[in-house]
Design a protein around this ligand. Structure first.
Ligand code: CUA
Length: 329
């Protein structure tokens, strides 16, 4: 109490890394500010005009000086660049064993979905010591997912997925902010991240009444009648989705596209954008019929459709069972 916090808490593996870089930038900035101000005062006094008639001596260049004041700042800025880029690259690449969580931003709230089916609003529960990967999109305008204690900030953009990740190092309750002005109640678009002991997290996870994302996606797949055309055995009017995720898809106009989250999302909302070779552009758009959260569930359902040897007729018509542990992907 009574302590003015100069910095947010350090609660993720990135926090000390980012802080050390910041300390370096501050130290360089303070050092040169002091040197420059000292020089200004020293020269102002040392070379002040002492009489009305005094004329200054002409100054000729100094090669040594010019090389020094070019090379030293260049070296310093390159250190800043390389150091910052190293952190940026690490923050851009989630580790393979990260827990995937989906985030949808909208005016003015955060909606989060766990693979096991648990959904939350303006709250995110995660376990201590595990990397967490967020796949995020927006229903309306640009938001930005910002957890100061994790030193993590990533724009959340409509029409595409952006990702970020972090690994919490302390249990507790940490501020979540929207860091991109997004309208009247931008300042109210806040929440909390709860970092829990792993066993508490497991208990919390199992407290949901709903099925996993893939199971919910399977129900949507049925209720939106996708299964009528996307038959698992490939006999439908639209391509089979079994084993699709991660594959390269041949397109009608030539070229290929990797079937990742963004491609599947686009194919649901703008089916005509990329037609699979050998198929007609028959599919209607599902824009407005399915929410961003629904799209995420459908994507997880498609991911769960794996080719099962000797079981060609199951798949697209059967919601994925408990056997598809999403963390094993
Ligand atoms: Cu959402 Cu600011």
């Amino acid at each position: 109490m009574g302590k003015l916090p100069l910095f947010p808490d350090q609660a993720s593996t990135f926090a000390p890394e980012v802080d050390h870089l910041l300390y370096f930038l501050l130290a360089v900035g303070v050092f040169f500010t002091v040197v420059i101000f000292a020089a200004i005062f020293y020269f102002a006094i040392r070379y002040r005009r002492r009489s009305e008639q005094e004329l200054p001596n002409p100054v000729h260049g100094s090669m040594t000086l010019e090389i020094l004041w070019s090379v030293i700042p260049f070296g310093l800025t390159m250190v800043m660049f390389a150091w910052g880029a190293a952190i940026f690259f690490r923050e851009s690449r989630p580790p393979d064993d990260a827990i995937p969580i989906y985030v949808v931003g909208k005016q003015w709230m955060w909606k989060l979905q766990h693979m096991e089916g648990r959904r939350e609003i303006n709250e995110l529960h995660i376990p201590l010591g595990r990397a967490v990967k967020l796949t995020m999109t927006s229903e309306d305008v640009i938001h930005s997912f910002y957890v100061p204690d994790f030193r993590t900030k990533q724009d959340v953009v409509p029409g595409r997925y952006s990702t970020t990740w972090f690994k919490p190092t302390r249990t507790g309750k940490f501020h979540l902010f929207c860091a991109e002005y997004c309208g009247t109640r931008h300042s109210g678009m806040i929440g909390w991240v709860y970092v829990m002991e792993p066993q508490d997290y497991q208990k919390w996870l199992s407290g949901s009444g709903t099925g996993s994302l893939a199971e919910e996606g399977g129900k949507l797949f049925e209720s939106l009648a996708c299964a009528n055309c996307h038959k698992a055995d490939g006999s439908g009017r639209c391509p089979s989705l079994v084993g699709l995720f991660g594959r390269n898809v041949q397109l009608a106009g030539g070229g290929t596209v990797r079937a990742d989250e963004s491609y599947i999302r686009e194919s649901i909302l703008q089916p005509a954008a990329k037609i699979v070779a050998g198929y007609q552009p028959l599919m209607p758009t599902f824009q407005g019929l399915v929410t961003e959260e629904g799209v995420v569930q459908l994507i997880e359902y498609v991911k769960s459709l794996e080719e099962k040897p000797g079981a060609g007729s199951t798949g697209a018509n059967t919601p994925a069972g408990a056997g598809s542990n999403p963390q094993n992907r």
